[in-house]
Write a new protein. Structure first.
Length: 210
C-alpha cells in the first residue's frame, strides 16, 4: 500500500464502508466494522445507530481519523473499558494502514471471563485490524482549483496547454459567455506550475480569480 502521508503526495487513502467482522476471545464476542466518516458529526450518527442496533452489547469502542494527512484529526473512545485498552488499539489499525476519513467501531459482548488490560488491547486491536484488512481503500486526490478568464484569441493556446497536462487535471468546467472562463481542478502539487504555464502561453493576458 502506498504511503500517501509523505510530503508532496497528490493523494491519500480514504476508508470505505466494510463488512462486519466477528472475532471471539475467551467467550467475549467482538463485532468490528469500518465506516467512511469524513466528519465527527457523521461518525457520531454512525456510532449512535450501532448502539441502537446492538443495544444489549457491553461496549461500543471506537477510533477515527478525519481530514487530510497534513491536517488529520484523531479521536478514540474506550466506552467504559479501562483507559487505553480499546480506543487506542482501534485507532492504531487505521494508522498502520494510513487510512483517513474513517471510523472503526468494535462492539463487545462480555463473555464472562475478564481479559485483563493486555488481553483487551490485543482483542480490540486484532478485531479492528481484521475489519480494516477487509476493505479496499479509496484513492482521494488532493487538488487545487484555478478559476481563470481570458479572451477568445487565447482559447486555442489554453486548450493546447491543458491537453498536454491531462494527467495532472481532475476536472475542467468551461463557460464561454461572454468570454472564456474556466474552472480547473488540478493536482495540488502541480497547481503553481500550471498557472505559470497558462500565463506564459497567453503572454500574461490570462486573469485568475481568487
Amino acid at each position: 500500500m502506498n504511503d500517501a502521508n509523505s510530503e508532496g503526495a497528490d493523494h491519500y487513502l480514504s476508508a470505505v464502508d466494510g463488512p462486519e467482522i466477528e472475532t471471539r476471545v475467551k467467550g467475549s464476542r467482538f463485532l468490528a466494522q469500518v465506516f467512511r466518516a469524513p466528519s465527527e458529526e457523521l461518525a457520531a450518527e454512525l456510532l449512535s445507530a450501532l448502539s441502537r442496533k446492538y443495544y444489549d452489547a457491553t461496549h461500543h469502542c471506537s477510533g477515527a481519523r478525519y481530514g487530510m494527512p497534513d491536517a488529520v484529526l484523531e479521536r478514540f473512545d474506550d466506552d467504559g473499558e479501562p483507559s487505553g485498552t480499546a480506543g487506542r488499539p482501534i485507532l492504531g489499525a487505521l494508522r498502520r494502514l494510513k487510512l483517513f476519513d474513517g471510523l472503526i467501531v468494535v462492539t463487545r459482548y462480555f463473555g464472562g471471563t475478564k481479559l485483563g488490560s493486555g488481553g483487551l488491547v490485543r482483542a480490540y486491536g486484532e478485531a479492528a485490524a481484521a475489519a480494516a484488512a477487509a476493505v479496499e481503500p479509496e484513492l482521494t486526490w488532493i487538488t487545487s482549483e484555478l478559476l481563470c478568464r481570458f479572451q477568445y484569441e487565447d482559447l486555442g493556446s489554453v486548450e493546447s496547454e491543458l491537453t498536454r497536462r491531462t494527467a495532472e487535471l481532475r476536472d475542467i468546467q468551461r463557460d464561454f459567455c461572454p468570454e472564456p472562463r474556466f474552472r480547473i481542478r488540478v493536482l495540488a502539487t502541480r497547481a503553481a506550475t500550471l498557472r505559470a504555464a497558462l500565463v506564459e502561453t497567453t503572454a500574461g493576458r490570462i486573469e485568475f480569480e481568487s
